[in-house]
Design a protein around this ligand. Structure first.
Ligand SMILES: CC[C@H](C(=O)O)C(=O)SCCNC(=O)CCNC(=O)[C@H](O)C(C)(C)COP(=O)(O)OP(=O)(O)OC[C@H]1O[C@@H](n2cnc3c(N)ncnc32)[C@H](O)[C@@H]1OP(=O)(O)O
Ligand SMILES: [Co+2]
Length: 145
């Protein structure tokens, strides 16, 4: 299996407004994908782009604010009231081969492979099997992010 690009760092936040203000005013972010709802998951999501030499296609910060009805972040935000780093997302060329690889490695896969916030197929791996890091694997997008 070949490790691909670090596509994004998932960051949980109790307040999308405060996080976007922070990334713009403190961190100097200039390129943001404005918040949008993932209604099927009761999540509000935005992306903060980071620059590379060739433009704004560096690793993104995926800001995630749970909305009423979400339960996936309840424990995390109870333990981390300010939010913070939640998961890392790596790209791999073939999501099905990747799933088989990690299953063969005895890593627990959390839920079905399904479209993530970018619309490309993803799955998650249990942090306890991944050196303490909740890990998202995403199929390498055909173009761009
Ligand atoms: C924006 C869309 C985005 C996308 O598509 O990219 C998403 O959909 S992300 C939305 C959230 N979805 C997921 O996170 C799916 C995978 N996550 C899970 O299945 C759970 O969150 C799980 C199993 C990782 C944790 O379960 P739970 O939330 O119920 O918390 P527990 O306190 O029971 O945790 C058990 C154990 O794991 C440690 N833990 C929990 N979360 C994390 C984390 N983010 N990073 C590292 N470790 C984590 C927690 O500390 C517990 O360890 P223990 O030693 O027992 O205290
Ligand atoms: Co993610």
């Amino acid at each position: 299996m070949k490790l691909g690009r670090l596509n994004h760092i998932g960051v949980a936040t109790p307040s999308m407004d405060e996080s976007l203000k922070f990334y713009r005013e403190v961190m100097g972010a200039t390129s943001v994908v404005e918040p949008f709802e993932l209604a099927d998951r009761n999540l509000l999501v935005a992306f903060v782009d980071t620059p590379t030499e060739s433009g704004m296609n560096g690793t993104q910060i995926e800001l995630i604010q749970p909305l009423p009805g979400d339960t996936a972040f309840t424990n995390f935000l109870a333990k981390n009231p300010q939010g913070g780093q939640h998961h890392l997302c790596y790209e791999m060329a073939d999501i099905h081969a990747a799933r088989e690889w990690f299953e063969g490695q005895g890593k627990r896969i959390l839920g079905p492979t399904r479209p993530g916030a970018h619309g490309t197929p993803i799955f998650f791996l249990h942090p306890k099997d991944m050196m303490g890091q909740l890990t998202e694997i995403m199929e390498t997008p055909k173009s761009g992010h």
